[in-house]
Write a protein that binds this ligand. Structure first.
Ligand code: NAG
Length: 97
């Protein structure tokens, strides 16, 4: 498969998936805990904001005893949030010249 096609495929799959549905069991309570993240559990864009993402990972790393789960959570957040950035091109990042 060509690299571009693969990239689009990966981004598409990630964009459809919620953090909540794919987080390891031990980390789900962190995703759901709005007082930890300040975000709705299904709001990937909010969860991926740098502050929320940081506390979410911190919570998950504390909540998960299994190193595999911790690694999964980090990979998941990285993957989902990379897709979120690409799915919101309408955010005003360019100058209005
Ligand atoms: C959410 O997180 C806060 C702060 O860490 C904690 O005090 C609270 O018990 C958690 N709530 C749930 C439902 O896990």
């Amino acid at each position: 498969m060509r690299p571009l096609l693969l990239l689009l495929l990966v981004a598409g799959v990630a964009a459809q998936s919620q953090l909540l549905n794919n987080a390891p069991d031990c980390a789900v309570k962190c995703v759901r805990n709005t007082s930890v993240t300040g975000c709705a559990a299904t709001d990937n864009a909010c969860l991926c904001a740098s502050t929320a993402q940081g506390v979410l990972l911190q919570c998950a790393l504390g909540a998960c005893d299994d190193e595999d789960d911790r690694n999964d959570m980090q990979t998941l957040v990285g993957r989902v949030c990379a897709a979120v950035v690409r799915s919101f091109p309408e955010e005003p990042v360019v100058c209005r010249c």
